[in-house]
Design a protein around this ligand. Structure first.
Ligand code: FE2
Ligand code: FE2
Length: 149
C-alpha cells in the first residue's frame, strides 16, 4: 500500500489534484479562527501536492515551504495560547508535538535542494500525514473542548 493510498483511506475521496479534502465534519474543532488556520494549512499542502503532480513545476518549493512554515508557526502559537488560557491539561505534550513538527518542516525546507526528488517527496508526504492525521485528527480533536469557540 502506498503512502498516498494509506492517506486517502483515512480521509474522504479527494477532488482531482487535491491531496487532502477539507471536510468540516472531520476536521472542524468548532472554532472558526482555528478552523480557518487549519484550512489555510490544508490549502497550502494541496497547492504543493498539485504542483508535484503537474508536468511542469511552476511553484518555487522553497518559497512555498517558507510560507507554510509561517502559517503553521502562527497557528501553533495561537492554538497553544488558547489552550494555556483555558488550562488544557494536555498542552505540554501537544506543544511538544508542535515543536517536533516544526523542526521536521524546517529540516525539509533546509534540504530542499540537497535531497533527491523521490526522497524529498517521501519526507514531505510523511510530514503531511503526520500533521493532518497524527496531529489535527488526533491531538487537536482530543483538545476540542479547549479549542472550541
Ligand atoms: Fe491545529
Ligand atoms: Fe495542535
Amino acid at each position: 500500500m502506498s503512502l498516498l493510498s494509506l492517506f486517502h483511506s483515512h480521509t474522504p475521496p479527494p477532488s482531482v489534484g487535491e491531496l487532502i479534502h477539507w471536510d468540516e465534519s472531520l476536521l472542524s474543532v468548532g472554532n472558526p479562527v482555528i478552523d480557518e488556520e487549519h484550512r489555510a494549512i490544508v490549502e497550502c499542502l494541496n497547492r504543493v501536492y498539485a504542483d508535484w503532480m503537474a508536468a511542469d513545476h511552476r511553484l518555487n518549493l522553497e518559497e512555498e515551504l517558507g510560507k507554510l512554515s509561517v502559517v503553521v508557526e502562527t497557528h501553533f502559537a495561537n492554538e497553544e495560547d488558547l489552550m494555556a488560557r483555558r488550562h488544557c491539561p494536555t498542552l505540554p505534550g501537544h506543544a511538544r508535538d508542535h515543536r517536533d513538527m516544526l523542526a521536521e518542516l524546517h529540516a525539509i525546507a533546509k534540504n530542499v535542494h540537497a535531497l533527491p526528488q523521490a526522497k524529498l517527496e517521501a519526507q514531505l508526504l510523511r510530514f503531511i500525514r503526520r500533521l493532518v492525521m497524527a496531529h489535527v485528527l488526533s491531538w487537536d480533536m482530543d483538545a476540542r473542548d479547549y479549542l472550541r469557540a
